[in-house]
Write a protein that binds this ligand. Structure first.
Ligand code: SF4
Length: 501
């Protein structure tokens, strides 16, 4: 970059070593951070999400100042207004930034004349992904993941996958262990002076927040993110695989890495996470099912979702292929308002920490929305504001394509729909529930079981022609109590709509 050039830093691009910041020098490159009041007040954010984003950015700003950079923070009605204000004050300056991570911000920065440098926060550039997708009839994650493994040379024995299989997913589906289990103890991150000040500022400004206030679950610095990475690799990784999908009640972390917030804010880069995991794997004491399962999440799912976000048009977020028209259930906003124990427990977790692992997200929250027919846009908005690791590029494909199958099968071959049998096998919620997971009719029938069959029934014409769903349609036709089930389903949906379920 030739001076005079200002580096505009996005709140989710906090990596000093990459993007526009990677080129910055204290004497030549003032730093600009724009805080959009409109964005902060656009939704009721989870308190811990808002705090994490603002405090991580403030920590970076202070670190840059300590290293001699001039850092300008502007609070404006919108990001565009903030950049315009800076440009008026500094008319001769060129402003550069790394490509932003959302379609909306891309439009904004283009409109206000910010020069963009390539986004290098991923292992797969947007051009690489487009090249992979070109000419393919289907864009499935499995095919992309194999391509990634081969292209990046990760877990490969020459041209074959290490361990003889591309995926060990089948080994990673154990239900929660019976009795007590030595789950890892999560790292606690004591708040520092900046964390305290940022939270006090959120409170003083009366920014709209929900959920529990920050209480040390999430690091707000790169040092903290590295500590979490070390904890995962040293203490957690070997057990990651077997219980990857399990939903026990005696741990909120299970053996998950808790690294997604840091990856998505730029406090960690995917390459250093992959390198650390492969170095641990090379010691020979981590099962391939754990290493491969984790690597698939990072170089497979995460990169695939980002690639799809940029490949698809921005209006993909509005897809509603199953014509779902129900409002967001009250149970998601008010954890104590439902008798469905699985939903109550998962929503309580989300309100307490802004996080729950991928299976409660997919098989409880999104599944309920899918089989009840909740408007995809409402679930998308809720997910975006409630999770500490949420971002537009994360949530749009995950919710629209994967969670509620609203894209006519573009991403997934079948909807992730399940009844109480799955939740009762993979979770420990049902024992404490007012409903019976085995029942699909009657007052104590599990709403998931009832709505699962009703969902197949409502969309039977669509699913009958899907080879992966046709069997479920045939199963539906064998139900002797289908008429009763339809009646119960209407009751369940009415209770859901009135917030009494
Ligand atoms: Fe959830 Fe149904 Fe089990 Fe209750 S019985 S916890 S609603 S799956």
């Amino acid at each position: 970059m030739s001076a005079p050039t200002t580096v505009l830093v996005s709140y989710d691009q906090l990596d000093r070593r990459r993007g526009a910041l990677g080129h910055a020098r204290p004497d030549d490159h003032p730093i600009l951070l724009v805080e959009s009041e409109g964005m902060l007040r656009s939704r009721t954010w989870h308190a811990q999400r808002l705090h994490l984003v603002l405090s991580a950015a403030e920590h970076l700003a202070r670190e840059l100042e300590d290293d001699g950079f001039v850092v300008r923070r502007i609070r404006a009605a919108s990001t565009a207004d903030g950049v315009r204000q800076y440009r008026n004050e500094n008319p001769d300056r060129r402003i550069v930034a790394a490509e932003p991570s959302s379609h909306g911000l891309m439009r904004t920065w283009t409109d206000v004349g910010v020069d963009l440098l390539p986004d290098d926060r991923f292992l797969t550039s947007r051009a690489d992904f487009t090249g992979w997708a070109e000419g393919r009839k289907t864009l499935r994650m499995d095919a992309f993941y194999r391509w990634q493994r081969q292209r990046l040379g990760i877990l490969m024995d020459s041209s074959d996958p290490e361990g003889g299989s591309w995926s060990f997913d089948a080994e990673n589906r154990l239900p929660p262990p019976k009795g007590s289990h030595p789950w890892p103890t999560p790292v606690h991150f004591a708040p520092d002076e900046t964390d305290v000040r940022v939270w006090a500022d959120i409170v003083a400004r009366d920014l709209p927040v929900t959920g529990s206030p920050p209480s040390g679950h999430w690091a707000t610095t790169r040092a903290g993110a590295l500590e979490q990475l070390r904890h995962f690799v040293d203490d957690v990784l070997p057990e990651f695989g077997p219980y990857e999908d399990a939903m026990p009640l005696d741990t909120w972390t299970v053996n998950h890495s808790l690294l997604s917030p840091y990856l998505n804010l730029g406090l960690l880069h995917a390459s250093e996470v992959v390198d650390a995991v492969l170095a641990r794997h090379a010691r020979g004491d981590v099962p391939i099912s754990s290493t491969e399962g984790f690597i698939r999440q990072v170089i497979g799912w995460r990169e695939y979702v980002n690639g799809m976000y940029w490949l698809l048009p921005d209006d993909y977020r509005d897809r509603n292929g199953l014509d779902a028209a129900r409002p967001l259930p009250r149970a998601l906003e008010e954890p104590g308002s439902t008798r469905m124990e699985c939903v109550r427990s998962v929503v309580a977790d989300v309100h307490e920490r802004g996080w729950t692992h991928h299976i409660p997200r997919l098989m409880v929250l999104a599944n309920l929305s899918l089989i009840a027919g909740v408007r995809p846009s409402e679930l998308l908005d809720w997910m975006r504001r409630m999770f500490v690791d949420a971002a537009d590029w994360v949530m749009v494909p995950n919710v629209i394509g994967m969670g509620v199958a609203a894209d006519d099968g573009l991403m997934m071959t079948k909807p992730y729909a399940a009844g109480g049998a799955y939740l009762s096998r993979m979770g420990r919620y049902c024992k404490g529930c007012a409903f019976d997971p085995k029942k699909r009719v009657g007052d104590d029938a599990c709403p998931f079981t009832t709505l699962y069959w009703d969902f197949i029934d409502r969309h039977r014409d669509t699913f009958a022609s899907n080879p992966r769903m046709a069997q479920q349609v045939r199963g539906l036709d064998r139900l002797a109590d289908l008429d009763d089930l339809r009646v119960r389903a209407r009751e369940v949906l009415a209770l859901l709509d009135s917030g009494e379920l």
